[in-house]
Each structure stands twice: as structure tokens, then as C-alpha cells.
Design a protein around this ligand. Sequence first.
Ligand SMILES: [Zn+2]
Length: 514
Amino acid sequence: MFTTILSVPETMNRHANFYRDIVFFFASLLWLPVTCHGEMLAGAAKVDITDYQAGPVHDPLYAKALVLKQGEVQIAIVTVDAVAIGGIGRLKDRYLSTVRTAIDQSLGIPPSNVLVNASHCHGVVRGDTDKLTIQAIKDAANNLVPIRIGVGVGHEDRVGENRRLLMKDGREIDVRHAYSMPPDAEVVGVGPIDPQIGVLRLDRLSGKPMAVIYNYACHPIQGVPSGANTADITGLASTVIEDNLGSEAMAFFLQGCGGDINPVFYKHVDQPRDAVTLGNLLALSTLKTIRSIETKSDDRLRWINEKLELPRADLAEKIIQQEQQQLELAKSLRGTTLSVKTFLPLVVKYRLSDQYPAYYSHRYLHEEKLGREELAVLDARNRRDIEAYLDNIETMEKLTRSNTNLRLLRMHQKQNMEAPKRTVSVELIGCRIGDFVLTSFPGELTVQIGLNLKDKSPHKNTFIAGYTNGYIYYAPTTKQLANVGGAQEDSDCILAPRWQEIYEQKALKILGQL
Ligand SMILES: [Zn+2]
């Protein structure tokens, strides 16, 4: 475990400022150019990483690099339009170390000073994204200019919604394309979102924006109507921000705690799902914040990089529970006289008219006059058959959810059992750039964890980046992990429930040091 705090102590800062002012004064008399060693320098560059061979492309995917230098300290913040940094998707596990080693050798930026965040968009990137990323970092480092910085907090609550639904029986089910929704009447509550957009603005000394970092929690998985390759909501938002800022300013999206945040209307079937609309909303809210930020000279650059061991789960018991539940569900399926061909027209007829579903009303009136109940008996039987058929459909839908989540549980149990140790190592970064404070985690943190850390942090402008420097799947709360098998976030997870307390304590300690 190692810690590096890279900063100039406050007292040294004051002395440095005093001597700097004297140097500036004499230099101005002599018309000499002065380079101040304390000032913050930054350079930004981007490179297209879209795999154009993989099929039609709607909009390009990028790796973007922001290099910051203050005195002898250099750091690189890299954002990638990819699903994850290793683990799943096109970027292999060695991607991060390949990039870091090359940057250490060529630029002298130590591996611990490189932060790489995946937007978690599900676009297809090139196989040589590692080489392209290295190029972007080098280009950024070769274009360092003095900067002024400022921080702001924006608000956007129209883009995402919490995807976990609280059911009447206390369980939680999430909204996915992998399975169907539960019956509306069973849903009694929904989870929170984090509408904050954390914004760091970096201006050239002329006042023109050079770069913007914005941090927000959402799953950029909306897609575009054509189904083509896309950097999705966040990539599209970045382009809108860049187009509006002009002067080659670059927008860096840092994914937040979007583990359980879906795009709104994610399951809509009546209109094409379009990330462009949501990207525009996110961009406009971010731009509003960017314009409200006043930048100033600020030489505070602090960086902490620590390792933390988190306990691995033993999912054996949960798997047995799920298998048992599946058996019970399968046994509960009953034979019905209806098939889909007879069920569909029948259910429409019986939903159209409650009183006279089988035929016109006059026949019901005739039967009543004649003292017969033939249509009434038919209706009762049809209603019973419709309900029985619907029960089977609901049971089948439950089975599809259980099957999908059980597959995840079995996969992670195998991984955990084969792992060389009972813990998983994660890398956490803490960083302060002026008033902008950030800490990172290499997995899909659910939104409540981000809200907890923001609430308890000693700093006003605290932001959390998930999906950073590695990928260890979902990281839901201890409470959400009591629901294992019900939703993706609690099933697609290798962590034991007590991980949350260990992590939050450590993250708060890191934040405290910033
Ligand atoms: Zn995800």
C-alpha cells in the first residue's frame, strides 16, 4: 500500500508567492519573460478510437487526455468512450498497464499518477486503443499552457432514472432489456438518482476555455435509432459542449456512480430510443454551469493513489436459494386450455367489455328473459382460463429474470472460488485540482454510495468517478446485496456485503487528506 500526496504546503505556497512577486516586479522593469514554477499548466488532446470496420457508425468514440503540471508534479486524466477499463468489452486487462508503462517511460509521469475512466458507453472501440491512448497523452503533454481554473455544480434530472424497483414483497427488481418488467401493481417504490453535474473548467490565460471535466452518474446505453456504433449520451453531450465552447476546447466526461441509473424511457417500444435527445439535455445543463464558473489562478494539485483489499463474496447459499426458487416456480406452472392463438383475441374481448364480453348485449338480455345462464357460464370459464394463462406468463417472466441473474451468480462464484485470494485489490485515486475534489473506484458503484460520500465528505465540491483504473463489475450497497438474485447490480457482483463499509471508510479517509 502506498500513498503519495503531491502538493506544496500552504506555508511554502505563501513564501513562494512572495518571492514570485519580487521576481515578477524586477523582471517587469527589465522586460524579461518569467516562468513561474508554481503555476498550473495543462494540455489536452484527443484521438478517434472508433472501430470503423465493425459496422455503421453514428458518431465517433474518443480517448481524451488531459495532462496537468504543477512544479515537478505531472498527472494525466484520461477518459475513454468504452464500456470498461479491462474486465469486459474490447479493452483488455493489460490496457491500463500498457498505457501507464509507456507514459512513465516517455514522459516520466509515474503509473500511479494516471487516471483512466470509462464512460461505460457500449460502443465498439479499435483493438489498438492502447496505442492511440498513449498518443493522446503524449500530445496533451507536448502542449502545456498556463491555465486558470474554477469549479461549479450543475443539475440534470431528466436524463436518468434509478432502475431498481421496490416490490410489494420487499424484494427489488431492475429494469433491463435482458428480461421483462414485473406487473405494475407489484411495484411500490423506486430508488434515488444523483442529479449533480460536477464541473471543472480550465481556461487559458486569455480567458478562452481550454478544457472542461464534467462528472455525472448515468448508464450511457440508450443507443441511436439506427442501431449504429455510438459514444451514446455522454459522448454526444461532450461533442455538443465542445461545439458550443469553440476555440478547440475539449470536454472530458468522467462517469460517476451510475451502477443503477438507466436512461429514461429505456424500455419504450412506441418510439425509437435516441441518445441524441438525452445527450443534448446533459450538454445544455453542463454548458449552463460552465458559463457560470469564474476561473482564477490556482496552483493546488494534490494526488493520492492507494490500494484497498475488499472481501470476495461466497455466493453458494444464494445460488442454492435461486435454484430452489426456480424449481418452485417451474412446479407452479399449470396446464391451461388456452394457447397464445386463443388467449390473445379472448383477452382483448374480455378487456373491451366487462358486462357483455362474449357477444352483443341483446343476447345477454334474451337469456335473462328466458331464465338461461349459458353466456354467463361461458364468461366465467373464459375469465378463469385467461387468469390461469396470465399466471403462467408471469411465472415464466419470473423464471427469465431468475435465469439471467443465476447465470451471473454462477459465473462470479466460479471466479471467486478460482481466485488466488479471498479479497480483491482495488486502486483508489484521490485528487484535488483547485476546489475540485474527486475520488475514484474501479467498478459500477450504485448511486447511493456516491450520495453517501458526497454527504460525508469534508469538501463542498466532492465528486466520485466509478469505472476508473480497472473493472470489478457492480458494487452495490450492503442493503442491495441482501437482494441477491433479484437484479443485475446485486448478482453481477464479486464483493461480500461488508465491502461497502470498508470502502466508504477508506474513501472518506482519502477525501480527508485532500
Ligand atoms: Zn453497467
